[in-house]
Design a protein around this ligand. Structure first.
Ligand SMILES: [Zn+2]
Ligand SMILES: [Zn+2]
Length: 559
């Protein structure tokens, strides 16, 4: 395993640094004869394991150290888990970026936010276009997804051809953007495909994911049954087809669409620049909502996952500057519940319900279709591409295992379970994992990157779940404690309920201190450590808790 790097100088290899063994922060690398191509560079959203952190990016340090051999970044589509980290990590890579017009539009907004306007060479490739970079010949193939211009990549190299699927589904009526170009997929697959690196998100779902046009029909019927009151619909701002669906349904039901939330304005502006949504009547601004009768309005809101700062949560808390909802109004959640967001989202549903608002979700009505392939679609794609090797990505370990089993059952010769950091040699010779490189997750905190498992965030986690104790130990020249130590707690236990706690802490600290040798008493470190140990022992017994403990020693001179 040790010299896999030498082997890479004459081979085709795949190396994921994000998105394999997890859903989110996709970062895929392909190596051909020692030169690298990066496909996607996305973010993940943090959960309660990283308190105070919103965004996580892949640790791309390994490829950053080899940036001279990194030829380009290609972005398959504009979802955050594929494009979201490009602007932040690009300074480590300094290579050209290639992507479709709509994705380039979204990327340019992000580059501007990072102050990288004009710095980054962003090459716009027409959907279905092709390009050659070093030994890589790349053909873009349109596949439908929940955002326009998702491009699968057929990558041809001297060692063979791989299909990198990106995120996809087979939607015959995608409402916005081109349908999947299966004719082209067939044509480019004809000469033989060594491996397909493919989306695993919905591998547990039988059948097909469903068509956007069906959602449109269902939402139309639903709105016809809601003649009175305001209707608010929330979905992902990037789901341009769903925005189109909602706007069309609003028009058919004589309601004006009001955009509520900044990201909706950004996304619709970017979509219009790329030629989408232009057939619709203009969207209204939230400031105009007050002038429109309640039964003539459709509020299109951000915050479909219950994000506290999203429009929907602010409206539910009655904290929105311009928009209110009340008894008899309706909210439609036209999106899935992302695993992990259930509690927040159900709390939001309850809050709305309690104020008399009628809440409709995916569980009640047909108001959403997924953008990822269910088993029948995966089966179709294997039938078209006919790869020798299946390499499932964009999934947790259980998705990847199940996807491998599906591929083998469809007659694919080899299926390889891969996880972030695995170096998978595809050719020449047998496909096998020949090494591992460092990979990991970095939190964006106060604008800088810090390891998710590093000491800094470990301390914050400990602080959140255990609280903190600070103490001052006052000793004289002989090292004796002359008065009671000062001990202050923050978020450890409710002190009002433990009236003897201060006395107990004082006693334990003094007893422990008195047990030190004369020499130890002259060492501040030893005195601090003894007091900290005594305090920690109290809380371990009392509440199985390990508060962060900071002790200060003050030595006073004898009079
Ligand atoms: Zn994705
Ligand atoms: Zn996606």
């Amino acid at each position: 395993m040790a010299d896999f790097k030498a082997e890479l100088s004459n081979a085709l290899a795949f190396l994921p640094l994000g998105g394999s063994g997890e859903i989110g922060m996709n970062l895929n690398l392909y190596c051909c004869n020692g030169k690298w191509l990066m496909i996607d560079c996305g973010i993940s959203f943090a959960d309660e394991r990283a308190p105070g952190v919103d965004i996580i990016v892949p640790d791309a340090g390994w490829i950053a150290e080899r940036k001279d051999d990194l030829l380009a970044i290609i972005v398959t589509h504009a979802h955050e888990d594929h494009v979201g980290a490009v602007a932040r990590l690009w300074p480590d890579f300094q290579c050209p970026v290639y992507t479709s017009p709509f994705t380039a539009e979204i990327l340019s907004l992000k580059l501007a936010e990072e102050g990288l306007e004009g710095e980054v060479e962003v090459n716009v490739v027409a959907p279905g276009g092709s390009l050659a970079i070093g030994d890589f010949q790349i053909d873009f193939v349109d596949l439908t997804h929940s955002i326009p211009e998702m491009q699968a990549l057929m990558i041809t190299t001297p060692h063979g051809r791989v299909l990198h699927s990106g995120d996809w589904k087979l939607d015959p009526d995608p409402v916005v953007g081109p349908a999947s170009n299966l004719e082209k997929m067939k044509a480019v697959s004809q000469e033989g495909v060594l491996a397909m690196i493919c989306d695993s998100t919905n591998v547990f779902k039988e059948g097909v994911s469903g068509s956007e046009l069906d959602v449109q029909d269902s939402l139309d019927a639903l709105l016809k049954g809601i003649p009175k009151g305001r209707v608010a619909v929330t979905t992902f701002a990037s789901n341009i087809a769903r925005l189109m669906t909602i706007a069309e349904v609003a028009e058919r039901n004589d309601r004006h669409v009001v955009l509520v939330g900044r990201s909706l304005h950004r996304m619709t502006t970017a979509a219009k620049k790329s030629g989408y949504l232009n057939t619709l009547p203009p969207f209204l601004d939230e400031k105009d909502a007050g002038h429109i009768p309640r039964d003539k309005i459709l509020l299109l809101c951000t915050g479909s996952q219950g994000e506290p700062r999203g429009a929907m949560a602010r409206i539910a808390r009655d904290e929105h500057a311009h928009i209110t909802l009340s008894q008899g109004d309706t909210v439609i959640f036209s999106s899935k519940v992302i695993p992990g967001n259930e509690k927040t989202l159900y709390a939001l549903h309850n809050q709305l319900t309690e104020s008399g608002v009628n809440v409709i979700t995916e569980a009640d009505e047909f108001v959403h279709v997924s953008g990822h392939p269910a088993r029948a679609e995966l089966t179709d794609m294997y039938g078209i591409v006919k790869p020798d090797i299946a390499i499932p990505v964009h999934g947790e370990a259980r998705h990847i295992r199940s996807h491998c089993e599906l591929a083998l059952s469809l007659g694919v010769k080899q299926a390889i379970e891969i996880t972030n950091g695995n170096v998978l040699k595809l050719a020449p010779g047998n496909a096998e994992i020949i090494g591992n490189v460092p990979s990991g997750r970095l939190a964006v905190d106060a604008g800088v990157l810090t390891p998710l498992d590093g000491d800094f965030l470990k301390a914050r986690r400990r602080l959140v779940y255990n609280g903190a104790v600070s103490g001052v130990v006052i000793i004289n020249e002989k090292g004796q404690i002359t008065e009671d130590p000062i001990i202050r707690l923050r978020g450890v236990v409710d002190e009002d309920m433990f009236p003897d706690l201060q006395a107990q802490l004082t006693k334990e600290v003094i007893t422990k201190h008195n047990g030190l040798t004369r020499a130890q008493k002259q060492s501040d470190d030893d005195v601090e450590e003894a007091a900290a140990q005594a305090i920690r022992r109290v809380f371990r017994r009392l509440a199985s808790r390990r508060p962060i403990t900071d002790i200060y020693v003050i030595r006073i001179e004898d009079e």
